[in-house]
Design a protein around this ligand. Structure first.
Ligand code: GDP
Length: 536
């Protein structure tokens, strides 16, 4: 592959792509920031839509129409917009209090993340978890410290909190001038200018920029705050790390911006950082049948990509589901034929959904970094690769070992067929992990409690099954790999009662306690016990 020159139009289109997600603790301002970013993308008529999913009564009629046409709520999942000659894909990371696996997988499909921190609360629980996930792939992170229009923590304290708790180096790019009622703006450390804070939602005009930290205008306009800012900046220059693109791209350092999302202040700087510093779609490693694993370059001509999320239709009358597919190379066009690698058969890709937050632009193609939505009737699973050429499988789309287990029992035993069907489909969708035990009983595993509630509800609504979830006496699950067949057979014979299979038929050890797991692992040193399972 490396010998073939890449098609120049692909190289150019890929270079202009940025695909990212926003990670934050609930209420830090993710929705507000998303809205403002869309505003810059010219999707002004949609500025209300992100809120719309929080309270559907406020949905704009425009957007309702789009949803009706498509018959699915795509609003929350992928938002694509154009800005400064770039195409930006913003992937929504589900923001439940209760952590779910969906979020992990969405983050496997992004090339960068924006971390929003509420300046009054600092680093919060969900932020910590999400950052751990980003770290699995060394995803570059841009930090936005929000709500400076309120009385908040001191900027130095916020930075040390991020460095200590999240263990990532901070490189401040802007620095706040006052806060709360006396929030005057931010000083841009690299450009040596003050951006004056103007409350409101409009875009900032040039008149609000004051050049040079020694500019006497600052003394005149901010007599009470400017001394502190100059002291701070001196300290920052001496004590904190200068921005390093290399460290940022390696996930070791995060550039930090201060602002107020609701006032659309500081948002443009974050967007600019995404364009200037965040990486375009990167090569991704894929296993190749009968050959060594290799990196697939985004500008390679053959189309490839993987499914990272499956979403049930919000409209219960249609049983259709949408597979969210990240393009990793080549170009999507409607009607193209691709190979479904796992099933080993050809598939026609027609009527895939492309996502534009700005509906004035209609576009039917897609390149690496873009997301398309494929109507799925059960043929696609999370982690599946589609490829125009080689038999390859992308890696790194994880299933995590569940931390909670339940056994599903029916109120009406005659419905066991529906229950089984429902659980298998929900398992394939990734809403919950489903394990089949010896004798055919199904066991459910989740990373967050909420997943059980969602599944219970959906079984009732979509499959007309009333199930009771009972606690199961299981501590954790480990995926197993064996050095050879003999070891596998011996292990299966001895451990039959603790064995199950996941939705794709892979063997799983279900440990009753930590001690049980340790003892079994010690006894079977040649068997590998994996806490995550990767596709591919
Ligand atoms: P999410 O849960 O992270 O999506 O947070 P939202 O965007 O819904 O914001 C949570 C709350 O914080 C809302 O009431 C917002 O209006 C408010 N908020 C967001 N940004 C700011 C800001 O810059 N300043 C102030 N004072 N409030 C903000």
């Amino acid at each position: 592959m490396a010998d073939t020159p890449f098609p120049p139009d692909l190289v150019e289109d890929v270079r202009k792509r940025r695909t990212f997600g926003i990670i934050s603790h609930p209420d830090a301002g993710k929705t507000t920031l998303t809205e403002k970013l869309l505003l810059f993308g010219g999707a002004i008529q949609l500025a209300g839509t992100v809120k719309a999913r929080k309270s559907s009564r406020h949905a704009t009629s425009d957007w309702m129409e789009v949803e009706k046409q498509r018959g699915i709520s795509v609003t929350s999942s992928v938002m694509q917009f154009e800005y400064a000659d770039h195409t930006i894909n913003l992937l929504d990371t589900p923001g439940h209090q209760d952590f779910s696996e969906d979020t992990y997988r969405v983050l496997t499909a992004v090339d960068a993340a924006v971390m929003v921190i509420d300046a009054a609360n600092g680093v919060e629980a969900q932020t910590i978890k999400l950052l751990e996930v980003c770290r699995l792939r060394n995803t570059p992170i841009i930090t936005f410290i929000n709500k400076l229009d309120r009385e908040v923590k001191e900027p130095f304290d916020l930075l040390s909190e991020i460095e200590d708790v999240l263990r990532i180096e901070c490189a401040p790019v802007t620095w706040p001038l006052g806060m709360g009622k006396r929030f005057g703006g931010v000083y841009h450390l690299l450009d040596d200018k003050v951006l004056r804070f103007v409350p409101g939602e409009e875009k900032r005009s040039e008149a609000e920029v004051i050049d040079g930290i020694d500019n006497p205008r600052l003394d005149a306009d901010f007599p009470r705050e400017i001394g502190q800012l100059r002291d701070d900046v001196e300290l920052v220059s001496g004590a904190s790390n200068p921005f390093s693109l290399e460290d940022f791209l390696a996930g070791r350092q995060t550039p930090v911006f201060f602002g107020s999302a609701i006032n659309n202040f500081g948002v443009q700087e974050v967007l600019q950082a995404l364009l200037d510093w965040a990486p375009p779609p990167q090569p991704r490693v894929a296993g190749v049948k009968g050959a060594d694993a290799r990196f697939v370059e985004p500008a390679e001509a053959p189309f490839t990509g993987f499914v990272f999320k499956i979403q049930a239709n919000m409209d219960p009358r249609h049983r259709d589901r949408i597979a969210f597919f990240r393009i990793c190379s080549g170009r999507y066009n409607s009607g193209m034929k691709v190979k479904h690698v796992r099933m080993g058969r050809e598939m026609k890709l027609a009527n895939a959904l492309t996502f534009m937050a700005n509906e004035r632009v209609h576009k039917e193609d897609g390149v690496a970094g873009d997301i398309i939505g494929i109507h799925n009737h059960g043929q696609l699973q999370i982690g599946d690769t589609l490829s125009e050429g080689e038999n390859l499988g992308f890696r790194g789309i994880p299933y995590f070992s569940p931390e909670m287990f339940r056994a599903a029992r029916l109120r009406d035993p005659l419905k066991s067929k529906q229950l089984e069907k429902g659980l298998k489909e929900l398992g394939e969708e990734g809403a919950i992990q489903v394990f089949e035990l010896e004798g055919g009983n199904l066991l459910l595993g989740a990373v967050g409690q909420l997943q059980f509630e969602v599944v219970e509800q959906r079984l009732r609504d979509e499959y007309k099954v009333d199930a009771i979830f009972e606690s199961a006496d299981i501590y954790t699950a480990r995926w197993l790999t064996f050095p050879d067949d003999l070891t596998r057979r011996n292990f299966e014979r001895e451990q039959a009662l603790r064995l199950g299979k996941d939705i794709d038929g892979n063997p799983v050890y279900l440990a009753s306690t930590r001690y049980n797991l340790d003892v079994t692992m010690e006894k079977w040193p040649k068997v590998a016990f994996h806490a995550t399972r990767e596709h591919g």
